[in-house]
Write a protein that binds this ligand. Sequence first.
Ligand code: IMP
Ligand code: MG
Length: 180
Amino acid sequence: MKSVTLHDKTFVPYISNAELMAAIDKVAEKIIENHKNDTEPPILLCVLNGSVMFVSELMKRIELPLELMSIKVASYSGTSSVGPVKEVQGLTGSVKGRNVIVCEDIVDTGKTLAYLSETLHERGAAKVEMCTMLTKPDVYKGNIPLDYVGLEIENRFIVGFGLDYDQLGRNINEIYILKQ
Ligand code: IMP
Ligand code: MG
């Protein structure tokens, strides 16, 4: 089987690009269904850096007026989620009175999600929805509902399609998993 080595770890294929595309198609359909009658264009909020590939695939499928904004947060180091969520780069525009769809690469502990939900409400968003390409249901025990989920995965460390291991692997066009 093909494998990739990033820093000191080896990863093997886990989710194919075709499977990701099919999952993103479904997420886009659901967003269109829920937002086709919005009076103001919703804001897709890209959570940098991990969500870039997901959002670029997702937004081109949503054939509705929409705005794109981004924010950069960090809580991860190596292969585990540590410490509080830090806003490394602030919101690129106002969300006051707007419908915001937060787009995450993956929801793991949900710490990032909880932080974003709180800060967006504080900043006056009318409605905040959560959209994620992947989630680890065995880990996520938060009470904020996930409105749009691409695929559910087991509690293992993955890379690719935007996700990194210490900044490497984001450019892989499918998802790889840490070899056991
Ligand atoms: P949470 O705050 O624990 O939900 O973690 C969310 C963030 O941690 C994601 O946006 C990712 O950037 C990162 N993350 C979580 N799980 C993984 C993984 O398996 N591989 C790479 N990054 C991950
Ligand atoms: Mg990361």
